[in-house]
Design a protein around this ligand. Structure first.
Ligand code: ASP
Length: 342
């Protein structure tokens, strides 16, 4: 018999571990020890589960890159001692954190599974138990050549997704996430089905490298009919701005008004990277397909292809933090680093 898989639970906060404050009636984070005693089922799993909690668990709306570095640090410190990691996180910004971690953990060879829930673990109708228990089982899955999952995943409501392909789509349904441009990596039904053909296969020989410098001199600008020049100018004149995501229409289209193109060209000439990401939940940017994106091609706007905004903004923070040279920036952004784009 092989050794029992060792799984580290990292509790950051979120609804999964919240209770109702009787004075205000609002949900707030509570002590992780109570979370564990709320799920006696954990003792039935055939693995060793240890846990570590943020000192002050947070609602994930308060997540920021400092917390991402803390999570990456916990995984790095504990990497040799555990076979897999499950990160409990609020669903609101889970796709951002999980995308960021996918970039920060280069050459990841073990599963890092993010999960959370829409209802607190103590609620009678909670979705937390299934999400947590199956996430642990997924993190403990071993194949002939080691861990089955060797990437950052997000498990919610019976589906495991590649984390950097996900987006939160619903604040009400248990199915809170979707991965519009990449199929699920696994599905939980009567059996736990893993779709091997969709998994990332990292190179075994490479050692985990944890990137902890993230640059937040970035912004997102969503196109809408009526967007005016002073708004665009003011964003592009933000001190130290290094990169901007343009959330464009459809296949990467933007208005062809001269003032807009001038503003963008001027920013690119000042070495600000402009990335074209579609505001459509599914599909890809194909610059040049329509007249309305040809000018963007000419001025060397970066194509986000089918990346999510969550993955794009965190990829920018990671690449800028890594000081990727301006010459290579476009090529590297347009290349899949962790399976985040086609
Ligand atoms: N507001 C909560 C959070 O993101 C929602 C959740 O956990 O699902 O922390």
């Amino acid at each position: 018999m092989g050794h029992k898989q060792r799984i580290l639970l990292i509790y950051t906060g979120g609804t999964i571990g919240m209770v109702k404050d009787y004075d205000s009636g609002s949900l707030k984070a509570f002590d992780f020890k109570t979370l564990k005693s709320n799920i006696p089922e954990l003792n039935q799993l055939d693995c060793v589960i240890e846990s570590v909690s943020f000192e002050n668990p947070i609602d994930s709306s308060n997540m920021n890159p400092v917390h991402w570095v803390a999570i990456a640090g916990l995984i790095e410190e504990n990497y040799p001692d555990f076979d897999g990691f499950v990160v409990l996180h609020g669903s609101d910004t889970m796709s951002y954190t999980a995308s960021a971690l996918s970039f920060m953990l280069e050459n990841l060879g073990k599963p890092v599974i993010f999960t959370g829930s829409q209802l607190p673990i103590g609620d009678l109708r909670t979705d937390a138990k299934e999400n947590l228990i199956t996430s642990i089982q997924i993190a403990a899955l071993q194949g002939k050549a080691g861990p089955v999952i060797q990437e950052v995943g997000l498990y919610f409501e019976y589906k495991l997704y590649r984390a950097n392909r996900t987006t939160k789509i619903n604040a009400e349904h248990f199915q809170a996430f979707s991965s519009p441009n990449y199929p699920p990596l696994a599905e939980s039904g009567v059996h736990l089905k893993v779709y091997d053909e969709y998994l990332l296969k990292p190179r075994k020989s490479k050692k985990l490298k944890v990137h902890k410098v993230l640059n937040t001199d970035v912004a997102i600008l969503k196109m809408f009919p009526g967007l005016n020049e002073s708004v665009v100018k003011s964003i592009l004149s933000t001190p130290n701005l290094k990169a901007l995501i343009l959330e464009t229409y459809g296949a990467g289209n933007a208005p062809t008004e001269e003032w807009l193109l001038k503003c963008l060209k001027n920013a690119i000439d000042r070495n600000i990277h402009i990335v074209n990401v579609t505001q459509c939940p599914g599909g890809s940017v194909i610059m040049g397909r329509y007249e309305t994106s040809r000018a963007l091609v000419r001025m060397q706007v970066i194509s986000g292809k089918d990346i999510t905004t969550e993955a794009a903004i965190t990829k920018l923070m990671y690449m800028l933090g890594d000081n990727v040279s301006p010459k290579l920036f476009k090529t590297i952004f347009e290349t899949s680093l962790r399976g985040e784009l086609q």
